[in-house]
Design a protein around this ligand. Structure first.
Ligand code: WTA
Length: 633
């Protein structure tokens, strides 16, 4: 049983213990799991290299901790509730035993295909039960899963496949998403033209739409599992073997394959799940994220299932068939904890409260948010209209890199304050550094959010590029992990996140590197150069504003370029990276040394024309006025 803190005093005590003796604290948490062989040393670390090893030489399999360990108590208990895209299609419930059998059977299929311990498997799928089964089956046999959100383009998928050198891709024929059907197998086919590493593709039949199956490469899921045993002996893994790779955008062009290892991630995802959401046996937990993001990994699959929870997986979107869908699901399954993104809340607010009528939300006990700061208006609406004033809100701050929730209130235990993530989880040691790397202790300070001690869920490296891992996270401030976020600690010691301090923007809760979008825009034959910045957007949190310099205009004039730039980005990265505004400019404002002055562009994009700061280094100060005049409103 994963331990649960039950009072504020308990939190303070645990936090203190976790800082005074982190090894002993995490050993105590790790004792709650099943290890085939116990670790020799809880932690060995060095942030300079960086090298972080938790539960050194411990041997285990994470699925044994989900299944065998839970089986005695929870054999017939629900593990996954699956709600389809269309409300009138039948939902699916899998008990721990049923899920276990399916995972074993697919694990046997992976072995039959020739997948071995350490091989990489790309999963590019809609939110259907087979996605959960596929990832757990990989973990069962020691293969490394890398899930790519099914909204990414063929180009982005190809980049990730080649970076991991995956042998296998798992996908489905098509995907339902609201009233759309997405041809995802076609996208896989397009990506695979340039991926010689991939030997096989397993395809789940979801829509029965017409697709091409390539002889010798593609197999149907239902065919490959036919006749295979529902028993499988899990492979013994080392605590520090890789569990998964998950890509996230960085401030330079190429996405980073964040590597998480097994032992530490297991302990951290389970501990944070239970404590932040105050999960009790038989509660129904509903995280609305897609499993293609870290939130889905840690809080739809690993955290809940390790705790023997009932976890709800939803295939569709909050606005289909109408803006009451999430609340209908809460009512239908008597959901106790819901975990979603501020952007979803803001979007639902615009539809009005009529969608809440006749929905019984009284089962709700905890409301969670993640992915970006939650503004006060959204916070109050969530609190008043969804929680009816009775449910604590946990505003959870964390990152793909941190593996699990890192700064957050524990529901009902740490008093909340709108727009504050509040306090760190036990075992997580944040510090605030000024730009010179000095630690700002005490209250009422603001600066760069860093961490000074390892926690079990942290990233271990960037796949295939340890140097980049060191440079990105451990070099700006020596011997600290740097999050890339700005933060303030107020007079109560509470943390309030202030947004990214690098060139990453957060659009509808998704991280996007501005450089990656610029690279995609620059592929356009008429584009000479571009600069992308974020601006405040009422629903998305941040919108994407692109300033584009063209060598000449196309036949469609400026409008034609705008359209084709947007189309190009959608094709190269995916619809999530589509610029909201494209302004064609004669030149970009640059310093004499040729650096683009992004600070100025950010202000223009935000319609803020005051305090441009020091513009004396600008090569052509008049340019700014021209850009302001031509801005897209
Ligand atoms: C931002 C998502 C403010 C932050 C789990 C972080 C937040 C980035 C919050 C990581 C929050 C996430 N308040 N900002 N509660 N949660 N962020 O990797 O900038 O997709 O660095 O992980 O999202 O996004 P990622």
């Amino acid at each position: 049983m994963v331990r649960k803190i039950t009072s504020l005093g308990g939190y303070i005590h645990e936090y203190q213990k976790s800082v005074e003796n982190p090894k002993a604290f995490w050993e105590q948490q790790a004792e709650d799991f099943y290890w085939r062989k116990k670790w020799d040393n809880a932690l060995e670390w060095n942030f300079e290299e960086p090298s972080v090893n938790w539960f050194v030489n411990g041997k285990l399999n994470i699925t044994e901790n989900i299944f065998e360990r839970n089986m005695f108590l929870r054999k017939n208990q629900t593990a996954i509730i699956w709600e389809p895209n269309k409300p009138d299609e039948e939902s699916i419930t899998l008990t721990y035993e049923e899920l276990f059998r399916k995972v074993n059977q697919f694990a046997n299929a992976l072995i039959k295909i020739g997948i071995e311990k350490g091989d990489r498997v790309i999963i590019y799928m809609p939110m259907i039960p087979e996605l959960a089964i596929a990832m757990l089956a990989c973990a069962r046999i020691g293969a490394i899963h890398s899930i790519v959100f099914a909204g990414f383009s063929a180009n982005s998928l190809e980049e990730r496949i080649n970076d991991t050198q995956a042998k296998l891709v798992i996908t489905s024929d098509e995907a339902f998403r609201g009233n759309k059907i997405i041809q995802i197998k076609n996208i896989v086919d397009e990506a695979l033209v340039d991926c010689p590493c991939v030997k096989n593709v397993v395809v789940v039949k979801r829509t029965s739409g017409k697709i091409n199956m390539k002889d010798g490469r593609d197999v149907w899921w239902h065919d490959v599992i036919k006749g295979l045993s529902e028993e499988n002996e899990s492979v013994e893994m080392d605590s520090e073997d890789t569990l998964f790779i998950l890509y996230t955008s960085g401030s330079t062009g190429k996405p980073k394959g964040i590597v998480h290892s097994i032992g530490g991630y297991m302990v951290y995802s389970a501990y944070t799940f239970k404590n932040v959401f105050q999960y009790s046996d038989n509660d129904v937990f509903f995280c609305t994220a897609d499993i293609g993001w870290i939130t889905g990994h840690s809080y739809i699959i690993y955290g809940p299932l390790l705790c023997g929870a009932k976890t709800l997986m939803f295939e569709g979107i909050p606005t289909y068939p109408d803006a009451g869908r999430l609340w209908e699901i809460v009512d239908k399954y008597k959901v106790n904890q819901i975990y979603t993104a501020p952007t979803a809340i803001r979007s639902l607010i615009t539809y009005g409260e009529s969608y809440l009528e006749n929905k019984d939300l009284s089962s709700l006990k905890v409301l969670g948010t993640v992915g970006e700061p939650i503004n006060e208006e959204a916070w109050h609406w969530y609190h008043d209209h969804i929680g009816k004033g009775n449910c604590p809100i946990v505003d959870t701050w964390w990152q793909t890199e941190t593996g699990g929730i890192s700064i957050s209130s524990l529901a009902g235990i740490i008093p909340t304050k709108p727009s504050f993530a509040t306090l760190p989880l036990p075992g997580f040691q944040p510090v605030i550094l000024d730009n010179n790397g000095n630690e700002l202790s005490g209250r009422n300070v603001e600066g760069n959010l860093c961490v000074k001690f390892p926690w079990p869920g942290m990233l271990r490296t960037i796949y295939g590029d340890h140097k980049r891992c060191k440079e990105t996270y451990f070099s700006k401030f020596k011997a600290y992990y740097f999050t890339g976020d700005g933060v303030k600690r107020d007079e109560d010691g509470y943390y309030r996140l202030l947004g990214r301090v690098d060139d990453v923007i957060i659009v509808s809760g998704h991280n996007l590197g501005t450089a990656e979008i610029e690279n995609a825009i620059n592929e356009h034959p008429l584009v000479h150069e571009s600069a992308v910045v974020g601006y405040s957007h009422e629903i998305k949190g941040q919108g994407i504003y692109a300033f584009v310099v063209c060598s000449e205009l196309s036949t469609g004039g400026e409008e034609g370029i705008r359209k084709s730039v947007i189309k190009g980005v959608t094709k190269i990265i995916g619809p999530i990276a589509k610029p909201d505004k494209v302004q064609i400019v004669k030149e970009l404002p640059k310093t004499r040394s040729g650096k683009i002055m992004r600070r100025i562009l950010r202000k223009i994009a935000d319609d803020d024309f005051t305090n441009f700061g020091d513009t004396s280094t600008l090569l052509d100060p008049e340019l700014v006025e021209i850009i302001i005049k031509g801005r897209v409103k």
